[in-house]
Design a protein around this ligand. Sequence first.
Ligand SMILES: Cc1ncc(COP(=O)(O)O)c(C=O)c1O
Length: 347
Amino acid sequence: MADLARRHAAVADAVESRVLAVLRSGRWIGGPVVEEAEAAMAHLFERDAAVGVASGTDAIILALQAAGVSAGDEVAVPALTFFATAGAVCAIGAVPRVVDVDARGLMCPSALAALDAPRLRVVLPVHLFGNRCTAHRIGVRTVDDAAQAVGCSPPASTGELTAVSTYPTKTLSSAGDGGFVVGDPAAIEKVRRLGSHGLVGPHVHARVEGHVGRNSRLDAVAAAVLLGQLPTLHDRIRRRQAIARHYDSCVSAACEPLPRDPGNPVPSYLVRAPDRARLAAHLEAHGIETTVYYPRPLTEQPALVGRIPPADCPVATRLCAELLAIPVHAGLSDDEVERVGRALESA
Ligand SMILES: Cc1ncc(COP(=O)(O)O)c(C=O)c1O
């Protein structure tokens, strides 16, 4: 599904020279390399500012806190997403309110409109699998989860603050955990403070005022890895898009591709297969790895059952039973892509 060693080999010189320069500089926290990565991420999302943080999960937590969410508040989340979307809400004592999704797996606007949540403070749409989600509620702030949406065109940033992940399997990654929040400069400064314990003032032992924050910063070495990969990002996205189009042209009646927006950077390639187990077994027999994103809706996560208000999510439940992810990354050779295509044809 991902071959990170292959990805690194393609950019090794650029990444390794940047990492070595950081190590030799002695600026390992903050400094010009982190600032350069922040500027690059703001540019990718066409926003005015960005701050590097320790992970995509922390990016959501800090963005929610900066948007004024506190313990007991409710945050609307889609039923189909990686657990971290809801986990971040729980981490600050807020309550995830699960909303069903549409046929593309994105938070459904009519289900959001119908949500009865008296303490709803923020809507947290997820730009899942690189498709842009526009669900919002008038009068309620939006913080969006763009963990899977780096490289969308137009950019996936609909909220006042947008959380990004640079986890290694993401299209633009660090060599470990990492993330960003992008948005307007004043809100980003708030996030920056919260990610540095809540400290106010230039001195590291200055006072903490207002909110208590946490230690969540992007390391300079992580920023260097990301910057070393950046020049190839658009080529790698074009390659992913070409592979996805090839797969689209190959799929048999056993499955159908999950629709993609124009400009979707194809962070994953998903099909809907009514008999998913059979398709996965067929691909495995051809030596092709697959994975399931996501096996259960948030409403069926054991850690949440009984702790969050129940929600009816028939569309997400159906997608969880049918979606199958097929390898798509820029490191796949033409032969490998054709082999996957042939296996999809014969399924
Ligand atoms: C939709 C979504 N939200 C949040 C996250 C969390 O990001 P991280 O793993 O960087 O903490 C991920 C990561 O995979 C994700 O896919």
